[in-house]
Design a protein around this ligand. Sequence first.
Ligand SMILES: [Zn+2]
Length: 656
Amino acid sequence: MRAVLGLLKRMTLATVSLLSAQDGWWMNEPVRWVQTNLREVDAAMDTTRLANQLAGMRANVVLMGMGGICAYYPTKVDFHYPSPHLPPGKDMFGDILREAHARKIRVVGRYDFSKTPKPVYDAHPEWFFRKADGSPVVYNGLYSTCINGPYYRVQAMKILAEGLSRYDVDGLFFNMFGNQSNDYSGNYVGLCHCDNCRSKYRGRHGRDIPEKADDDYRAFLLSSSREVSEAIGKLIREKRPQAGYFNYMQDYTDGIMSESNTAVRRALPLWPLTASDHVNRARNSEPGKMAIDLNMQFVDFWWRFATVPRHEIATRAWQHLANGGALTFEVNGTLDLQDRQALEAAKPIFRFAADNERYYVRQQSAARVLLLGNPAQRASDPTSYRGVFRLLTEDHVPFAVSDNMKWLGNREFDLVIATDWAPAQLRQYVENGGRVLLINPRPPEFPAAKVIRTDADVKGYIRVRSHAMFPSLTGADLLMLNGPFTQLEGDGSQSLSLVPPSMIGPPEKIHIDMKDTSIPGIVTTQIGKGAITWIPWDLGALYYRHSLPSHAGLFHDVFHRLGSPRQLKTDAHPLVQITLMRQGRRKLVHLVNHSGHSQTGYFPPVAMHNIGIELAGDFTRARSVRTPGELKLTKRGGSTAFTVRTLSDYELIVIE
Ligand SMILES: [Zn+2]
């Protein structure tokens, strides 16, 4: 008996240690992450000063240059060179590691193996990226390496092994993974045609590397990057099992990294919910990993020293906290900046998060509505997805985003909303009693209604046939329809129906030939114990582009009719973003005030007062954290109501 108990105990301990290896500090501690993209001249910096600055803003993680393009310590590995600015006898990385650890700040070492100085190229040209004409890619004197060459596969591992052996780092980060086709200036350099890539690609696809990246080539490059990512991960686990592993890939790593950034050539409008989008999606697609969405302080690569508006920095930071991600801030160089506005915006938020850090750890989404995302579709056209993201946000529906189906069988939702992607697995979910709302002209990957045809561009209307069914639309009988429309079998004459294009001019002729049809603008199909409701036109993209209240009203009414119990009711302004998180037995309601955003401007948010919130569930205590105070609770048949007296930029309500 005792032996059995002993065995059980050992098994439990083994399980615990296994879990803790996976669940590192990045999951179990609040993360306030400052990333310094150090320059080679910074190798001579005053490390005590930087450590004091970090401690002063109460950062608890710093990401620092360690090696790769140049080393910030006296490296002894071949083809790895200390920064020419590293003073003789000085070990900058070792110094900052010691000083940071003394202040309880964790250190993540940054490597960039994508480029090296010329002497490496001269010695081993076969390690490098080759353009189609055979020439190397040279940028500011640095030569691009190839992800499939021995530099990445062998030499980088030696360099990394040295760093891991020398330093008790808390994590490693790798920049610019995998043969970028454009340099920092935006010049197209094309695809790598080195001997390694060519023979590997021929072995896999039976032909030469294409002139431009196609799906096969993208898959090839992704799998090449994955191989290196896996090898690096193994080396880190072996040498420093407690260290976290971070890069911009999702495989084999401990965090999902992204950037909230701006770029001058990016099409407007701005996407002010970027940070929420990134963090919500990362935390709910890969719940075992931390979301680290870097809050980039600069406008674009050409102006690394000019910062974006301070309230843009602030709104991203609040969104990080509100969605359960790491709080982050990124600078180029040290914290001694020539434009200090972004840093000054970040500092008080870091201090606030530190003062209240018990709330900003182990948060999980409590949302019971899921928005499915599709990375490939989002990359080419994010408008359908973003439109629905905004509709849910403005309607104060707590929602989680997932780019995959890993939640199936693991997490319950009242409603799943699909915009860009409705995978076949959803059918099983519906059959078992799930509810799906599909908002897209593209048919799902399972039969949901009989498709007659899809018209690519319909400039018509949707007729509201029942105002009782859609009470938000009492002021409108017609809704704008622009874009693809899928004709489904069914009768829309009692709900929503298609009005095909008709004459638009001259005014004497406007729509006098308009004809109604019974072609449905919405169809609900029972499948097994559940149902799928399909809006076969692009309501999300239309809302993203035009923000018509009719489209928002329709979404609101359909959502209501689907019978999802609302987790949260509120009279908050649509520009108040509300997220609902859980932390153990607690509920956390975060409010982010977006009223300061207009077009490309971010101004101080307009303070709002007396926001009523009613939360499903029975609670006994609620308190506000940003404006400290206890909130009076009113019980209303299964839910608990309270009033947020003042919302400045952000508020956190802790409910128990
Ligand atoms: Zn290559």
